[in-house]
Design a protein around this ligand. Structure first.
Ligand SMILES: C[S@@+](CC[C@H](N)C(=O)[O-])C[C@H]1O[C@@H](n2cnc3c(N)ncnc32)[C@H](O)[C@@H]1O
Length: 223
């Protein structure tokens, strides 16, 4: 049964979060000078302002020394400016961004401001598929084996759930194996990946934001 009143409340909440997210990003003048023209030129950045702000604010609050981004784009620029702020206040922070399609890799390389060269490492890497417990995990082959405090999963592209429900974005399985400390991951849409992770990593805690179709996943060291 549907409750229209609550659905309207959900839409209002989403709208307010968008406005708040945009304001928060606008307050970083250096970031906004780059982001604003990009957003004006494109009707969609991939992520909503709320999601971009969640990533930006998470980095400023938790100051992870390494962030792994799987499937870069505008979000890389936003996280790059957050990393720059962390560094400016004496911290360490590097964004490692994995892409498998040369066209999108070159596109972002050209778009990335020179001010972010030290903060962002863009890596072009082929992907491979691995079978695991009846699922097919697609992963970038050349992801550097570091400890990551934050992972943002927005790639690689996999068949839709309708086309083949066995696929998931599988790099997070590797990170969970080589990371020694607990860490957080965010997952944009990718409901097939979310459901596969529930089955493959039952001890990870998944918070699902229905309005934004955005998940936050907490991995403990014993996940
Ligand atoms: C959804 S995009 C990543 C977007 C990025 N995380 C953001 O929010 O700004 C995920 C992958 O899709 C591919 N991609 C990028 N732009 C695309 C486009 N306009 N159309 C189709 N695929 C795209 C790239 O291979 C990229 O790694």
């Amino acid at each position: 049964m549907k409750y229209p009143k609550y659905e309207r409340f959900g839409r209002l909440r989403k709208y307010l979060q968008e406005v708040f997210g945009m304001r928060r990003l606008k307050a970083d003048k250096e970031l906004w000078a780059v982001l604003d023209p990009i957003c004006r030129a494109s009707s969609s950045t991939g992520c909503t302002f709320h999601e971009l702000n969640v990533l930006y604010s998470h980095i400023l609050k938790h100051r992870p020394s390494r962030v792994l981004e799987l499937g870069p784009g505008v979000s890389t620029i936003v996280m790059g400016y957050a990393a720059k702020k962390v560094r400016a206040s004496g911290g360490e922070c590097q964004i490692v961004a994995m892409e498998d399609i040369p066209f999108y890799h070159d596109d972002l390389k050209n778009l990335l401001p020179a001010a972010l060269n030290d903060c962002v490492q863009l890596i072009l890497s082929p992907t491979e598929d691995r079978e695991i417990n009846g699922f097919i995990a697609r992963r970038y082959i050349n992801t550097p084996h570091h400890e990551y405090g934050l992972v943002f999963i927005d790639g690689p592209q996999i068949p839709s759930q309708k086309e083949d429900p066995r696929y998931l974005d599988g790099d997070i399985l590797d990170v969970a194996e080589w990371n020694k400390k607990p860490f957080t991951a965010y997952l944009d849409c990718r409901i097939g990946t979310r459901d596969a992770l529930k089955a493959l990593m039952p001890r990870a805690t998944i918070h699902w934001d229905k309005q934004h179709k955005f998940s936050r996943i907490e991995f403990s060291s014993a996940t």
